[in-house]
Design a binder for this molecule. Structure first.
Ligand SMILES: C=CC1=C(C)c2cc3[nH]c(cc4nc(cc5[nH]c(cc1n2)c(C)c5CCC(=O)O)C(CCC(=O)O)=C4C)c(C)c3C=C
Ligand code: FE2
Ligand code: FE2
Length: 342
């Protein structure tokens, strides 16, 4: 009898059963609230040309000569104020989001999480998903508003990983969802719940988004427009008067305005002394929300004469946010079940 032409040769490599994977990513955070760890993280973050769009020949001497010798100590002290038993809030919350999404989607899908800067890194997590059999991957950077510094930078990390591979998985990426009714609905429900639990009635709700250099708007980045649209859609559905501002200015260039700290300092001069603040552009609470808004923002406001201040939580891994995330990801998974790909 002739040999079976379809038989697997003895030296054929083993391939695992093919699965569908989902990778949630967020910005990144240091491994520890210590100057050394913060320096490593900032070096990677601020060397990304999507983040600082200054030619490296001019920027790297400033980064290495000044910023990395001064900022890590100050930032580490700020990180210490927000650090938890589970580590950095951003990493801990992203991990919880992935665990809860795994429960919601069931065993048919592999859910993992990664950080664009620091750990667990995007390439190492893609390696792990691949080894577990993921041959179709939904790549989900958790930025509702598209920005080159965040969304495109995450895509760069994905493309770099793909570029190293012979056998590439099929990829779907989660589009920005700044005006997706599921996101707006989740924010409105979550903010209403938090506002009604306050022991004072705010005269304003300030929606604070991470800032960007103003020139990125003129270079064609849709980030500003996405933030404004989110704020408008949310504000229209709440009973409290809503303002928008941009936080976390970095460097000397002009950034998007109005700046959050300036708005907080001016409120009392206009008779606005009771304020709530929320950060709908952040999927998870982090240094920028807990420390910058919750601690420094409160100080700015109270020193200017404000009497009542509340920082509202991000969607995090709460029910409203998880319901939204499940629906957004299921939409991208459409037609991608393990049936037929095993
Ligand atoms: C949500 C969107 C974000 C945009 C847009 C963004 C742009 C951006 N950020 C910096 C500089 C820094 N950001 C830092 C922290 C930080 N930034 C975001 C998100 C966006 N950044 C998050 C979620 C965090 C928190 C990380 C954490 O560990 O909790 C920091 C580090 C902290 C510090 O030293 O102050 C810097 C620096 C630039 C320059 C930029 C766009 C050009
Ligand atoms: Fe940032
Ligand atoms: Fe705009």
């Amino acid at each position: 009898m002739a040999a079976d032409p379809f038989a697997k040769p003895a030296d054929h490599p083993e391939f695992p059963a093919q699965k569908v994977g989902v990778l949630l990513t967020n910005l990144g955070t240091p491994d520890a609230p210590e100057p050394g760890a913060v320096k490593r993280y900032l070096k990677q973050f601020l060397s990304d040309r999507r983040v600082v769009e200054i030619p490296p020949i001019a920027w790297q001497p400033i980064l290495r000569g000044i910023i990395l010798n001064t900022r890590p100590k100050k930032s580490a002290a700020a990180y210490r104020e927000v650090w938890t038993d589970e580590g950095s809030p951003l990493a801990a919350i992203t991990k919880h989001q992935a665990e809860k999404l795994q429960q919601r989607l069931g065993d048919g899908v592999l859910v993992d999480w990664a950080m664009r800067y620091g750990n667990p890194s995007i390439p190492s997590t893609l390696d792990r998903l691949w080894k577990r059999g993921a041959r179709r991957i939904v790549f989900a950077p958790l930025y509702p508003q598209y920005c080159a510094a965040t969304t495109a930078s995450s895509m760069d990390a994905l493309s770099d990983w793909l570029g190293e591979r012979r056998w590439q998985p099929a990829i779907r990426t989660l589009p920005p969802y700044h005006d997706n009714p599921l996101y707006i609905e989740a924010l409105v429900a979550d903010l209403k719940r938090q506002l009604s639990a306050l022991d004072f009635e705010p005269q304003r709700l300030l929606l604070s988004f991470h800032g960007m250099p103003e020139r990125t708007l003129h270079l064609g980045d849709p980030y500003h427009c996405h933030c404004v649209k989110t704020a408008r859609l949310v504000g229209e559905r709440l009973d409290v008067e809503t303002d928008i501002a941009f936080q976390s200015r970095f460097g000397r260039a002009k950034w998007l305005e109005p700046a959050t700290d300036t708005v907080l300092k001016h409120y009392p001069t206009k008779g606005v002394t009771k304020v709530a603040i929320a950060a709908p552009g952040f999927s998870a609470d982090c240094l920028e929300t807990i420390e910058e808004l919750g601690i420094r923002g409160r100080e700015d406001f109270e020193e200017a004469g404000g009497t009542d201040f509340a920082r509202l939580d991000c969607l995090n891994d709460g029910d409203e946010g998880m319901k939204m995330l499940e629906a957004l990801v299921r939409n991208e998974l459409h037609g991608w079940t393990n049936k037929g790909t095993e």
